[in-house]
Design a protein around this ligand. Structure first.
Ligand SMILES: NC(=O)c1ccc[n+]([C@@H]2O[C@H](COP(=O)([O-])OP(=O)(O)OC[C@H]3O[C@@H](n4cnc5c(N)ncnc54)[C@H](OP(=O)(O)O)[C@@H]3O)[C@@H](O)[C@H]2O)c1
Length: 326
């Protein structure tokens, strides 16, 4: 495993991190989840990314991880970066989501109880709250850090203008934003397009990207339909059939390109996100140990040359040919 510095902080992240959005809830196989976590750590993955609502049901990923941490990782706490977030819907009533101090700090306490930890390494505002003053949400992050319940503060999915303002407010409160977490993949260049990646580089803020495989679409699995057990086949509906079908042509072309370079589409996709100078780490999801191992093996693949990067651009920016009507 290679480790990259998170912005200009003292903290190093593994190039590939493991996320617990799916596959670690009470509805999943606990023993497989345990094997994935242990295998990840054995291969140098020192960053585990959670949020209050991961499951299903919400909170159960933190409960399972808390149990595995207590039973299997008790002597390894100082070798791990454990992150959690608050902001998405977590409990009923007016305080169960968004960016109030009430929600953020109550949620952090709940997360710590479920994780059986006294602190997390990074506490994130999971999404911007259009109805709450940024000062209030940032003050909750500052309180989390000042109380020692989190070592660092992070922001996720904030658009550039709000991100800049939030970073400034945190700075005025004496807190540095350690890390920003956007979606980023060959099929989703939003943070690049919005100049967020450039801003993070300028500000020396780390960038830990999520869904680098576009929830599994950047693998061969959906080329011939929706396989049983895959995310698109699951009832939660985070990845829908029509999303997959809309990207099938591009995925096929990207797969052919990867094969011409002697690599798999998933290895090409992971190395594509990691090529960007702003990116500190890519957080993957894995349903089993085989997927985890395969993703980590991407780090052994040769880097992507200029002509491959240009070919990826050509595929992803290509418009579908318009068919004449009638
Ligand atoms: N900040 C935020 O708002 C936010 C939002 C989303 C995610 N995240 C974080 O990012 C993490 C990763 O997100 P993600 O799960 O969408 O990431 P991803 O790596 O793009 O997708 C993971 C899925 O891809 C498939 N997969 C992975 N490796 C594979 C392989 N080698 N071969 C074939 N299929 C493979 C599996 O899907 P199947 O189950 O279909 O096999 C797996 O569940 C989350 O767990 C979470 O920690 C954060």
């Amino acid at each position: 495993m290679n480790y990259r510095r998170c912005g200009d902080s003292g903290l190093l992240f593994p190039e590939i991190s493991l996320g617990f959005w799916h596959n670690f809830g009470h509805s999943d196989d606990f023993q497989e989840a345990r094997k994935i976590m242990r295998r990840a750590f054995d291969r140098g993955v020192t960053h585990f990314d959670l949020a209050n609502n991961y499951g299903p049901p919400p909170g159960s990923a933190e409960e399972n991880v808390g149990r595995i941490l207590a039973e299997d990782f008790a002597c390894h706490r100082d070798e791990l970066i454990i992150t959690t977030k608050a902001g998405h819907l977590m409990w009923e009533g007016p305080y169960g989501e968004w960016g109030s101090r009430k929600h953020m700090l109550a949620s952090l306490d709940q997360s710590l109880r479920r994780l059986r930890l006294s602190y997390v390494d990074v506490f994130y505002s999971h999404r911007p709250d259009p109805e709450t003053r940024l000062e209030e949400t940032m003050s909750a992050l500052a309180t989390a850090v000042n109380s020692g319940k989190a070592l660092y503060a992070g922001l996720s999915k904030y658009p550039l203008k709000r991100l800049k303002k939030a970073v400034k407010i945190l700075k005025e409160m004496g807190i540095r934003c350690l890390v920003y977490q956007p979606p980023y993949s060959i099929l989703n260049r939003w943070p690049e397009r919005e100049s967020i990646l450039d801003y993070l580089l300028e500000e020396k803020i780390g960038c830990v990207v999520f869904s680098p495989l576009e929830q599994g679409m950047l693998t061969p699995k959906y080329l011939d339909g929706i396989p049983e057990g895959s995310r698109a086949a699951r009832p939660e509906g985070f990845l829908k059939d029509d999303q997959v079908i809309a990207q099938q042509e591009k995925i096929r072309a990207l797969g052919d390109l990867a094969a011409s370079q002697g690599m798999s589409i998933q290895h090409m996709a992971l190395n594509w996100t990691l090529r960007h100078r702003s990116v500190t780490s890519a957080i993957i999801g894995a349903r089993n140990v085989g997927q985890l191992d395969d993703c980590l093996n991407a780090l052994k693949a040769p880097g992507l040359d200029e002509s491959t990067l240009a070919a990826i651009d050509a595929i992803t920016t290509a418009e579908k040919p318009k068919h004449a009507e009638g």
